[in-house]
Design a protein around this ligand. Structure first.
Ligand SMILES: [Zn+2]
Length: 432
């Protein structure tokens, strides 16, 4: 019988012992024996215990993104390293906190997903496989290829360079039919480990080019609008998630005082920078950086959006996972001035999404639907005059988490496509 009545004062002492067990792991097989567990705290006491434990142990929070956001009644998914789980799991049992194991051996789960696949650089668009995840090199090669073969609808350019010197490539899609056209900005992969994001951006481009000839709605979209699509925002982080650490989230910039790398590129924007829901500590996953736009990737995109703020009517950012469609504000509980237009766009978009495979998305202001976070790209875009700013949290709700199987790329992208088309067509109508 677990000891529910055990004095909470004893627990922090045990935590000190737990900390000493933190493992040092190399790259190969670094997740062997790691588990992903789910806890739904049922009381204030449980919430406090979990926050303290996860804070001290520096476990990898998958949902929410920092211990600060752990709240009563809400799902908390966390990756627990093998050594830590030997002491953490009995500790949770002792504290009478129920948990379920979502993934029992993470290394095996990773290997099952990506171990067997090999990639060959395909020449033609029709042969490119959109139902597998692609490395950064593959995605960039694909972008160069499209730029050459589809010059009537595609124009590729770079908005700058990443911390490690990689180009920040964007595809501009649309028919050059008239001198002035409204535009939609889409970015994927701000957070490196959310691989379904870049897969969706690629899917969107494929659909646009394939359907332009046959689908009147797509034709209308590409005739009346431009789409700026940035398939991988955080190029260094994404590359690192392929080569070193599958669950890397941040950029790869070095810190002057700490050995930890990277900044959360979705906490680094100049909008209530480093306030609630962001961390000042360089080793945290929600580190806001030394100053706003410290990350060259954020600075470059912010510069581009600022320059084109009059033209760009919608900002869409793709994340995972939670199955949500979020709009501002993220940093405060308040209603945006054009709430009714944005809300109806979101309502219609999630319904369109659901019509594909019955998957329901929650929607609403990010602060009350997900959690409060400051310095996000979506809030920044909205504050800088882009009237429709959305963040998608794609599939799933935690069964696979960041390891969404490749077999689910197609259904996820198909349904998301309906939502994006719906939002886009909404832009072309007037909303009062
Ligand atoms: Zn994200």
């Amino acid at each position: 019988m677990p000891l529910r009545g055990r004095p909470a004062a004893l627990l922090p002492l045990c935590l000190l012992c737990l900390q000493a067990a933190l493992p040092l792991r190399g790259h190969r097989g670094r997740y062997a024996g790691d588990k992903v567990i789910r806890v739904v705290p049922e009381s204030k006491r449980e919430t406090q215990i979990l926050r303290a434990a996860f804070n001290r142990l520096k476990v990898d929070l998958w949902q929410p993104s920092s211990p600060f956001h752990i709240v009563e009644g809400t799902v908390t998914d966390v990756r627990v390293p093998q050594n830590t789980s030997r002491s953490l799991l009995p500790y949770l049992q002792q504290a009478d906190i129920a948990y379920t194991i979502l993934i029992s051996d993470l290394q095996k789960a990773i290997e099952n997903q990506t171990g067997s696949r090999t990639y060959r650089n395909r020449r033609s668009l029709s042969e490119y496989n959109y139902e597998v995840y692609h490395s950064l090199e593959e995605i960039q090669g694909w972008m160069y290829h499209l730029n050459k073969t589809h010059s009537d609808l595609v124009h590729m350019f770079s908005v700058g360079k990443s911390y490690e010197g990689r180009p920040l490539l964007v595809l501009k899609l649309g028919k050059r039919s008239r001198p002035y056209k409204k535009a939609v900005w889409m970015d994927c992969g701000i957070h490196a480990r959310e691989w379904i994001g870049p897969a969706f951006c690629q899917w969107f481009v494929k659909e646009a080019l394939q359907m332009y000839q046959i689908d009147p709605a797509m034709r209308k979209m590409l005739t009346q609008l431009y789409f700026y699509v940035m398939p991988v925002f955080n190029v260094d982080g994404y590359h690192f998630s392929w080569t070193n650490d599958r669950f890397w989230r941040k950029t790869r910039s070095k810190n002057a005082r700490f050995r930890c790398h990277g900044v959360d590129a979705n906490r680094n924007w100049k909008v209530k920078w480093c306030d609630e829901g962001a961390s000042f500590h360089p080793c945290d996953d929600t580190y806001c950086g030394p100053f706003p736009e410290s990350e060259p990737e954020v600075k470059a995109v912010a510069h581009f959006l600022r320059k084109h703020r009059k033209q760009i009517k919608a900002y869409l950012s793709f994340h995972a996972y939670a199955q949500m469609l979020l709009y501002p504000y993220s940093y405060k509980y308040a209603t945006i001035p054009n709430f009714s237009c944005v809300e109806s766009a979101a309502y219609n978009a999630v319904n369109a999404l659901q019509s594909a495979h019955g998957v329901r998305y929650r929607y609403g202001p990010a602060s009350s639907t997900l959690y409060v976070s400051s310095g996000s790209s979506m809030d920044w875009a909205y504050k800088n005059g882009i009237p429709y700013a959305f963040a998608f949290e794609l599939r799933d709700t935690g069964h696979f988490g960041f390891l969404l199987p490749e077999t689910l790329i197609k259904p996820t992208c198909t349904e998301t496509m309906l939502a994006v088309k719906n939002i886009t067509l909404h832009l072309l109508k007037k909303c009062h």
